[in-house]
Ligand binder design. Structure first.
Ligand code: SAM
Length: 293
């Protein structure tokens, strides 16, 4: 099924053509990009697609390793999971099977924070509910060098991963990660709340792309029967830990603007803005204590 080079070497041109055909056959949307990213990884240049000459050659063992990576991608494992890292905002983060693979659309939360708090020298206290890899908290702390924050997650493995990512990006001194069922173990009040909770309706999960339903942990996706169960739990907790004058930056599903705003407003928050993601879909609610606006 996979090429078995008769000689000691295989040309890049031949193996890339083979990989593209395999990936196309597995209905991969971006076969050329994925083939090149995985070739870069196989040749020891993680997160760089292969830009070298197509006349270059791979050794027999490099070619073998590459065919194994393509085999994994053909089973719809995302490139980021095969490589084990994901670029998010301006950080590189490790990911693993216990964490959601951070999505570029979630970067709108960081963009929204920066728009609202232009003073990067500010000393802010952040909390990130459902931190996963730590991507949101760590990106925010990287932008605000005088700030600190807490990330919580119910998954112990995510907490360990987020700590690893903090160390990897030189942010351990300002980031604390706590294993907690939402705010259960949290004390204190915060200037900025960030949250990207699970918001997919349970019965929709089996219909998602294989890259998502077979590789992202369901605890990171499952928002209960109507997709809103985490928002209902979080709304009163936001009110409790949000400082006077503080703001919440909350990710929502593209069609949840009204239902999530209603839940938040019922608990005493007010929706100030709704920001859109890269595909122009509603993705980020900006909320404050109701009595302040
Ligand atoms: C959609 S993922 C977001 C991860 C990360 N913040 C991101 O944006 O990529 C939701 C996260 O919430 C966590 N989670 C689910 N239920 C939780 C709970 N009851 N308490 C704390 N965290 C929870 C999951 O483990 C997962 O890491």
């Amino acid at each position: 099924m996979y090429p078995k080079p008769a000689k000691e070497t295989t040309s890049v041109k031949v193996i890339l053509e083979w990989a593209k055909e395999k990936l196309l056959g597995a209905q991969i949307e971006s076969p050329i990009l994925d083939a090149r990213l995985l070739l870069g990884f196989a040749l020891g240049i993680p997160r760089e697609r292969f830009y070298g000459s197509e006349d270059e050659t791979l050794t027999k063992s490099q070619a073998y390793n590459y065919t194994k990576l393509i085999e994994r991608r053909c089973k719809r494992e995302p490139v980021s999971r095969i490589i084990g890292t994901r670029g998010f905002w301006n950080l590189t983060l490790r990911i693993n099977l216990s964490s959601l693979d951070p999505r570029p659309d979630s970067e709108i939360l960081i963009e929204s924070i920066l728009k609202t708090f232009p003073d990067k020298a500010a000393n802010l206290k952040f909390i990130d509910f459902g931190t996963g890899t730590g991507c949101l908290l760590l990106s925010a702390l990287n932008e605000f060098p005088n700030s600190s924050g807490v990330g919580v997650d119910i998954s112990k493995k995510c907490i360990q991963l987020a700590q690893e990512n903090a160390a990897l990006n030189g942010l351990s001194q300002r980031a604390v990660f706590i294993e907690s069922d939402w705010g259960g173990e949290v004390t204190g009040k915060f200037d900025i709340i960030i949250a990207n909770p699970p918001y997919i309706q349970s019965n929709t999960i089996p219909t998602l792309d294989p890259e998502v339903k077979n590789f992202d942990p369901h605890i990171a996706l499952n928002g209960g029967q109507d997709g809103l169960s985490c928002y209902r739990k979080l709304a009163p907790q936001f009110v409790e830990v949000l400082k006077k004058g503080g703001l919440v930056f909350l990710e929502i599903g593209y069609n949840q603007r009204k239902s999530v705003s209603d839940i938040m407003e019922y608990s005493g928050l007010k929706c100030l803005h709704i920001n859109q993601d890269l595909g122009n879909r509603d993705r980020c609610l900006v909320l404050a204590h109701r009595h302040q606006y």
